[in-house]
Design a protein around this ligand. Structure first.
Ligand code: G1P
Length: 276
């Protein structure tokens, strides 16, 4: 059973300046819900009730969001406006939230290692909230849990991207071991390769299940692309032992870390809700 989900949420969100000058990028809303709330809902659907969030300076709004707001709630008590809070109230009731701060930004691998104190010695999930996912029948993390139960090793979610975009992602090479379920045993992985050097067009998206030995590996992983500690490099160490599976998930993903992806997600969810 995987109980904990880690949310690296310390990044600056510079692509959304000036909106992210004083507001965490994870709090930008798609319709009325902040991005990180979609992530928490996905983790909960996959059976996780402990949310471990790696924050940084200027991220206090995240903690306040997953807490009661007495003044506001008193103000709207007994009015129809209370309905707008029901989804967040239900998350607060069902989940516990714990936080640690990343003091310096040194890459996704470093952020995940910072979360070790909240995770301990057990397999865990990671959600990058700016990749907003909607699974076809069940959530993407829920699909990955099924894969984990079968293979008991680290799992990365992948999707095919245009070859010219490989430099935005961790890219894998792998052997297709289950054609029906789109499951690959990873043989190589490279962080943000130029198209000419990319081992394939299978890109890692922001969903991982990691076994806890990843922490020791991260401690011994030298800085990689961009001079930062990369989770992709640490996973390559596991992959060399045959211990990383890539899963091409069923569903949609929006890159809400980019303005274009954010707008696409907004339009998609607004259509689904019948707003436009
Ligand atoms: C990170 C990872 C990358 C992965 C991507 C998914 O990059 O380093 O391997 O493909 O997330 O969104 P970032 O988008 O944080 O630069």
């Amino acid at each position: 059973m995987i109980k904990k989900c880690l949310f690296p949420a310390a990044g600056y969100g510079t692509r959304f300046l000036p909106a992210t000058k004083a507001t965490p990028k994870e709090m930008l809303p798609i319709l009325t819900k902040p991005l990180i709330q979609y992530g928490v809902e996905e983790a909960l659907e996959a059976g996780m009730h402990t949310m471990a969030i790696v924050t940084g300076r200027g991220k206090r709004a995240i903690e306040d969001h997953f807490d009661v707001s007495y003044e506001l709630e008193h103000q709207i008590l007994g009015t129809s406006k209370e309905d707008n809070l029901s989804c967040i109230r239900s998350l607060i009731e069902q989940c516990t939230f714990s936080y640690t701060r990343q003091i310096e930004m040194n890459g996704l691998g470093h952020a995940i290692l910072t979360g070790e104190t909240l995770i301990g010695d057990q397999p865990f999930a990671v959600i990058l909230a700016d990749d907003l996912c909607q699974g076809d029948t069940s959530g993407v993390l829920s699909q990955m849990i099924d894969v984990f139960e079968q293979y008991q090793c680290s799992i990365v979610a992948i999707e095919e991207v245009p070859m010219e975009e490989t430099n935005k992602y961790g890219v894998i090479a792998g052997k297709l071991i289950d054609e029906t379920d789109n499951i690959y045993r990873v043989t190589d992985m490279v962080e943000k390769p130029n198209p000419d050097d990319a081992p394939s067009n299978l890109a890692i998206i922001g969903r991982y299940i990691l076994t806890p030995d990843i922490f020791d590996i991260l401690r011994n992983t030298p800085p990689g692309k961009g001079g930062e500690i990369q989770i992709t490099d640490a996973l390559l160490t596991q992959a060399k032992q045959g211990k990383v599976i890539a899963y091409k998930f069923n569903g949609k993903r929006f890159d809400c870390g980019s303005v274009r992806g954010f707008v696409e997600a907004t339009n998609y969810f607004a259509k689904q809700e019948g707003i436009i």
